[in-house]
Design a protein around this ligand. Sequence first.
Ligand SMILES: NC(=O)c1ccc[n+]([C@@H]2O[C@H](COP(=O)([O-])OP(=O)(O)OC[C@H]3O[C@@H](n4cnc5c(N)ncnc54)[C@H](OP(=O)(O)O)[C@@H]3O)[C@@H](O)[C@H]2O)c1
Length: 282
Amino acid sequence: MKDVRLNNGVRMPAIGFGVFQIPENETERVVTGAIETGYRLIDTAAAYFNEEQVGDAIRRSGVKREEFFITTKLWVQDYEYDDALRAFDLSMKKLGLDYLDLYLMHKPYGNYYAAWRAMERLYMEGRIRAIGVTSFSNERLQDLFLHNEIKPAVNQLETHPFFQQQAANTFLQQEGIQHEAWAPFAEGQNDIFNHPVLKEIAARHGKGVGAVILRWLNQRNIVVIPKTVRRERMAENFHILDFTLSDAEMAAIATLETGRSPIYDDMDLPTVKGIGLHKIHE
Ligand SMILES: NC(=O)c1ccc[n+]([C@@H]2O[C@H](COP(=O)([O-])OP(=O)(O)OC[C@H]3O[C@@H](n4cnc5c(N)ncnc54)[C@H](OP(=O)(O)O)[C@@H]3O)[C@@H](O)[C@H]2O)c1
C-alpha cells in the first residue's frame, strides 16, 4: 500500500516521517535527508517546537508543494475556539505554508469540541485538506463525530507489535477513518529491535526489524510515520514495499500483543493531568 484515500477523497502517503524529539537545531538537516530519501509525508506538531525548521527543509528542497503531505497538530492549551484559530495561523506562519494537508488535535483532553469546530471552519474555508484526531478512544471518537458536522479523516494512535490496537482498527475501518500509527517502534521500548520473533522474520527477508514492523503495519492498512535521525535508517524505513509478509508471519507478530502501552496510558489519571495541563506557550 503506497498511499491511502481518506474519507473526503484526499490521498495520503502510507509511509511518512515523524519529527518528535528531533532537536530544533537538527531538524532541518534531518528532514532534508528524509525528503532526499523520498518521504513526502512529514508529521510535526506545535508541541514539538520544530515546525519552523520543517518549513525551512520543505522550502529549500526544491520539491513542489503539492507533492508534500504536511501534518501538524494543535496543542490542548489552544483548544478554545478562538485560540485554535490563532494557533493554526501561528503554525502556518512557522511552517511557511499557505495551506495544510492534515491538522490533528494532539490529545483527547480539554475542550476538544470547541477545537474541532474551529478546525471544521478552517477545513470548510479550504485552509486544510483534511482534519483528524490523535489518541482518541473509540468512545470519544464516536461521540465527537456524532455531535459535529465533519467526521475525522484520521485517528493517529500509538500502534506497534506490543500494542496493536485491533479494536480501534476494526472500529476505524468500519467508520471509514484512517488509522495512522504513532511510535510504530514503541520508541524502542522492550528492546523491540532485538525481539527474536521479529529478528527471525527480518533475517528470512534480508530486511531489518524496523522494515518488518512497518511492513506489518502497512499490510494492516495502517499509515506509518517512523522517526529516525540516521540516513541509513531513513532508507530502511522507507523501502518496505519490495517484500511481503506471509499470513503465518503476520500471525506470528500478532502474538506479540501485550494489551498495554509500554510508553504511557492516555487514560491514566496522572497522564490526563500532566499532559492536559502542559503548556507550550505563555
Ligand atoms: N500523536 C502523538 O501524541 C504522538 C506521540 C508520539 C509520536 N508521534 C509521532 O509518531 C512519530 C514516530 O514515533 P516516535 O518518534 O515517538 O517513535 P518511533 O518511531 O517508534 O521510534 C523512534 C526510535 O527508533 C529508532 N529507530 C528508528 N528507525 C530505526 C531502525 N530502522 N532501526 C533501529 N532503530 C530505529 C530511533 O532512533 P534514531 O533516531 O537514533 O535512529 C528512535 O530511537 C513521531 O516522530 C511523531 O511524529 C505522535
